[in-house]
Write a protein that binds this ligand. Sequence first.
Ligand SMILES: Cc1cc2nc3c(=O)[nH]c(=O)nc-3n(C[C@H](O)[C@H](O)[C@H](O)COP(=O)(O)O)c2cc1C
Length: 341
Amino acid sequence: MKSEESVITQEDLLRPVQAASVLIPNNVFLAPLAGITDYPFRAIAKRFGPGLTVTEMISARALCMGNQKTFTMARPGPGEDLLSVQLFGSDPIVMKEAAKICQDLGAAVIDVNMGCPQKKVIRSGSGAALMKTPGLAASIIEAIVSAVDVPVTAKIRLGWDLECLNAPEFSRMLESAGASMVCVHARSRSQMFGGTADWKAIRAVKHEVGIPVIANGDIRCAEDARRCLAESGADGVMIGRAALGRPWVLAQAVGSLSGSLDVPPPVPGEISEIIDLHLDLIMSHYSPEAAAWTARKHVAWYTKGLKYSAAFRDQVFRTGSIKDLKRLKDEFFKNLTDPET
Ligand SMILES: Cc1cc2nc3c(=O)[nH]c(=O)nc-3n(C[C@H](O)[C@H](O)[C@H](O)COP(=O)(O)O)c2cc1C
């Protein structure tokens, strides 16, 4: 008899995802990453064809207090007609008000962070702490659903710790409360980012709910995306860390799930062009100081693994402006591609 995993055929793997009224064109998503998935990075990632991108987690309270920097984080940038805005918080009323603001700013989906393991987030009962208070988590979803027209989704973990892996029942409660999709990072809160994501454990969530289930955790390459879908039985995959400095992994995952497209990684000259585009976006989005601070880490990620890049990265972190960073980057890629060197 065939195993459940092998029943999934190649053609099944790349498909749209229907989250309530919103049809997400394909099932490869970019994960929310605090301090990273800002508008410039999402715009670069979008060129590689993910079905959905998600903002960094945004404080619902800060939005309600009118914090302008938080408004900028929550506002879709040019061309972002399908943006999921992720909120964190634990007060249903505050979350509901913040969700209304996000909808007014142009969010196509509101996502609720129920997976962040960081102390400063869980201390207030937000993030992964909500997995210990399912009733409150459901109230938050209900409150938001009652106030906005866009789909409301949640990003969760397998549970709080190995003794309480409640993702299946928890997801069922969220679905009953009105959630339109759930994304599962296949680790418990106590694992933080250690160990290995247990994609197979997502199967139990999929059995429990009718809404789309997206699998997340440790998807590092196109082949992982295929294996993760097969092992989890999920409707889609969400890729985070693997896209840092390698946003083309999204196109490679799309190609791989389609079963027909082998997308080669860009050559160094193309990587240099992607960095130029990214730096331009960063410059138009941030103040000069914030731009340099943001850009340095991305340039370092883009060059990781390239010849002579360790010494280059040291220099990157000593640059004080985007102009210097660009000059340094151009020199690095020129040396890399120059046949004389
Ligand atoms: C630096 C960093 C920032 C993150 N920020 C968020 C966040 O804002 N919201 C969220 O739901 N998850 C956040 N996560 C978790 C990721 O979205 C994802 O669940 C996790 O990294 C596992 O997926 P990956 O192995 O593909 O990276 C963050 C992870 C990292 C490493």
